[in-house]
Each structure stands twice: as C-alpha cells, then as structure tokens.
Design a protein around this ligand. Structure first.
Ligand SMILES: [Zn+2]
Length: 180
C-alpha cells in the first residue's frame, strides 16, 4: 500500500481512486481504514448501513408527513364561499334595480316572472351558502383534529423506527380522520 496517501481526515487516495474513509477511530488511535458506505460517514463494520437505513427511514417519514399535510390542506381550503356571497350580492342589486324601475303595480306584474326568477335564484344561492358555511364550521373543528393527528404522527415517527409500520399507522389515522 505504498501508493496510499492520507489526504485529509476522512479521505484517502488508493492508486488514482479517492475514497471516503470511515470516520471511526480505532482503540489503537488510527482511523479505520475501510471505505465508508455511499452517502454515509462510516464503513459497514462501523454501522454505515444502519446510518443509511436510519436516514432512509427519516426521509420516508418526512414524506408521509408532507403527504398527510398536503392531503388535508386541500380539504381545509374553501374559497367558493366568498364567490357565492358575491353572486348573491350581484343578484340582489339586479333585483333591487328591477323593482325600482317598476313605477306601479302593473309594471311589477309585467316583470313578475323575471322578479320571481331572481328571487328563486337568490334563495338557492343563500341555501348553498348556508350549507357551505355549515361544513366550514365542521372544518374548523377538523382543523384542531388535523393538528392533533399531525402531532400524533410526529410522535410515532420519532418513537417507532420501522418506516413500514409508521406508514401503516399513518394511513389508518388519515382514513379515520377522513371518516370523522
Ligand atoms: Zn470503519
């Protein structure tokens, strides 16, 4: 091994190949000479594979959490209620100006069908608006549940090392939340 030159801590050159050396120091005081696993800082003998598995698990758990938040975030958004209110406002203005244009009962009767039509439309919009507002109220309660579930998943992710198990638990929690 005369071609071996220690470049700086952690790296060495063997022939023309630069390898990342295991970062563990042996009881003799020398640095472990093995190559560290790809993406890790130690060799296989010094837990490099465990390191990688742990990193992969963390990544997978973070992915689950991100996906969970994205899934739930879509539920919590309701811009449609604002536009419904706008539509109700517009229809009410049209109705008002239509009635104002009628000078007497005869004109009111002539425009009766159109007025009735507008009143019907407003009624329908107000009903849908109330319906959405009702479910928005439920969503607010759900927000609290979502935040709690989020914490639960975080705790489980920290305490349980097996990513597959965490995945199954997360999926079941999300299912339960959707059914609530
Ligand atoms: Zn080593």
């Amino acid at each position: 091994m005369s071609s071996e030159i220690l470049t700086y801590r952690g790296d060495r050159v063997v022939g023309d190949k630069k390898i990342q050396q295991c970062s563990v120091y042996l009881p003799t005081g020398a640095q472990c000479h093995n190559e560290s696993v790809e993406g890790g800082t130690t060799c296989q003998a010094h837990g490099g594979c465990m390191q990688l598995a742990h990193a992969n698990n963390l990544e997978l758990r973070n992915f689950r959490l991100t996906k969970f938040r994205a899934d739930i975030g879509r539920l919590a958004n309701s811009d449609n209620i604002k536009s419904l209110r706008d539509e109700i406002g517009i229809l009410r203005m049209i109705l008002e100006s239509l009635i104002n244009r009628c000078g007497d009962v005869t004109e009111l009767l002539i425009n009766g069908a159109q007025i009735g039509d507008l009143v019907g439309k407003i009624e329908k919009l107000v009903a849908s608006c109330h319906k959405i507002e009702g479910s928005t109220g439920e969503l607010l309660d759900k927000q609290i549940l979502i935040r709690f579930t989020d914490s639960v998943i975080s705790v489980i992710s920290t305490e349980v090392a097996d990513a597959a198990t965490v995945g199954r638990i997360t999926d079941k929690l999300i299912e339960a939340l959707k059914e609530t």
